[in-house]
Design a protein around this ligand. Sequence first.
Ligand code: UGA
Length: 441
Amino acid sequence: MNVTVMGTGHVGLVTSVALASLGHDVIGTDVDEKKISLLQQGISPFFEPGLEEALVGEMEVGRLSFTVEAPRALRDAEVVFICVGTPARADGEANLLAVERSASVIAVNGRDGTVVVEKSTVPAGTAERLLRVLRFERPDLIDEIEVVSNPEFLREGQAVEDALHPDRILVGARSVHGFETMRRLFEPLVRDGSRLIETDMATAELAKHACNAFLALKISFANALARICERADADVTAVVDVMGSDPRIGRAFLDAGLGYGGFCFPKDLQAFERLAARLGYDFPLLREVERINGEAVEATFDKVKDALWNLEDKRIALLGLSFKPNTDDVRFSPALALAGRLLDEGATVVGYDPWAAANAKSELPGLEVASTADDAMEGAHCMVVCTDWDDFRSLDLRRARGLLAHPIVVDGRNVFDPDKMKAEGFVYYGTGRATHRASAH
Ligand code: UGA
């Protein structure tokens, strides 16, 4: 099928590559000329494992191309995906301007029978609004235009794998034509075992917010447990293992640490809470999830202060700056929130990240960045693990101990074994579990 994808962020670009690999002819388009120019040269504007190779492969066989010219991109499109950003407004509500603008461009340039797929994460009711925009702009196509909601569940850092092997594909539509088009589009994935769930449009939109909010809730639950475990001398990792062994609960997304970040959970949680409020339902649980998430950064900050006393004249090494492993994305990264807090208190903060150092530096210019973990740790009074990159789990602890000015480790992601840390002579602060404090520093 001829598919156009509007937006070349994570979701847009990975969707383009995945649909091309399913055999569709895909044109990606974006208003950002720089991004399109990079993509035309086969360069991904961000790091995502396996993405660039897949991108180049699909471009070489001629199934995928990019243009800034929306009319050209839309001329022959049977299906148009809207994958533009929906950032938070100041009050937390989702800013849907880019979604509305995309609809206007489709209305002007789209062909008869085009199915418009809303993939951006949006509040329930947006598909109906899109339909209205399209109808206002193209009264001649009233019966031809179809809007479908198809929320995305891929995760950064494993986006290509998630897009090619989704556990579920959610389609919200209102007509046979809408459902059938999406069945044709995703037929190879369904044949391969992905579950296709079909609902009405508002249900699909709401389900996406519900999934992200519930996952964030699990993380905050684990972080609240961590605070209690620290006070009760219990071990949160063991507690969540017990919880997770109950299939009704599940172990996933119960890792306590610095909390969640990224461009999805923080904004989606707020947007969902705002939507509920606009619909007349107060949902304070969601505000609590957000509050506990902020508390996780603060708890880690308190451990650094407890270990180092005054932060002026102290050098602190942060390992991991991205909001999670396997990405260079630092948007709403808890690591940067912590770095900001430490800088405000007068500390020197030097960060290391395998991929995200440059983005972190431009987001937080006061941060020093090192090109290796060793360089970051050398002469530091304390090392804090902020992101659970695999490399950090296998860190040479003896070497680290030699590099650090003080053998103090604050483990914001519980990547180390507390007993091993103690045996290696570290003052070790875990998250929600054993702390080995030195008597005085
Ligand atoms: C999230 C969802 O997992 C995807 O299903 C969804 O498609 C996506 O948002 C979106 O709406 O676009 P993502 O933001 O890529 O994906 O990242 P996650 O893997 O969900 O992690 C989010 C944050 O939670 C990270 O900062 C991670 O470190 C943190 N986290 C995760 C924890 O602190 N503890 C956990 O147990 C799990």
